[in-house]
Design a protein around this ligand. Sequence first.
Ligand code: NAD
Length: 277
Amino acid sequence: MSKDKFSLQGRTALVTGGARGCGLAFARGLAEAGANVAIFDLIPPEEAFKTIEKDYGVRTAYYNVDVSSQESLQRGFEQFQRDFNNALDICVPCAGINRHLPFLEFTYKDHHDLLSINVLGVYFTAQLAAKQMIANGTKHGSIVLVASMTSHIAVRSQLCSAYCGTKGAVRSMCPAIAKELAEYVSVRVLPISESHHNAEQDIRVNSISPGYVRTEMTAPFPHLLEAWKDETMNGRVAEPEDMMGPCVFLASDASAYMTGQDIVVDGGATRCVDHEG
Ligand code: NAD
């Protein structure tokens, strides 16, 4: 297979939550593969985002967007469309938060915040991205949702029942959105709107489920990061850079026959049971 299959040269990507952590790693990975990258975030990006243009010769932009606000998200997309001439091939709705509270103490307010960012923010980012991809006729549409290992298993010593639920929602919305978009752009099934029917177009939707990653999200739990090492097969927690390769793969034509799938990137943690422990 030609290595060009992994190239994102000439494509445009949007990453939410791209200012730091996994989102920043996704942004850098996509740029290294050749894509122009815009990010939506509440906070200004770290230095490693600012050097992308120099490092990889692609275009970047940062937009101050709150993905939990319909208005902010809509405004962000409008600015991004204007600045990038409506180009969009890859979208990674990565912005997410966690709340560490016992199940028996969770409040509606806490849960609402999680849902509005981790579920509504992801869903409507994907929806707006898909609309833009349909409108611009990209042949290489790829949406990479960010779920979590915790949508597959309960993690020892973590009080994150509501977070796990939101990540389960992301993982299960993935095949349903993938199917609808495939039908929408396909010749095989009558499209929802004849006007957008385009047999040449492909928009795939997959998700990544990271395991334990060393970011600001997990930084408050150094003792857990230490303990989690032993739950992986390779004896270490992930760095954000460990997430780059799977994202580039799903964004690229190398994964052209994959849609509606979840890739677990967890150092084998979900496949490993320690009977001694
Ligand atoms: P992080 O806290 O380092 O980064 C999250 C980013 O999202 C930040 O830049 C933050 O400002 C941004 N953000 C938060 N709320 C936002 C909003 N309303 N609008 C726009 N941006 C917003 O966390 P991370 O570990 O890099 O997590 C990134 C994603 O990966 C999240 O969806 C998280 O659930 C997922 N994930 C992380 C881990 C892990 O172990 N760190 C494991 C599995 C999944």
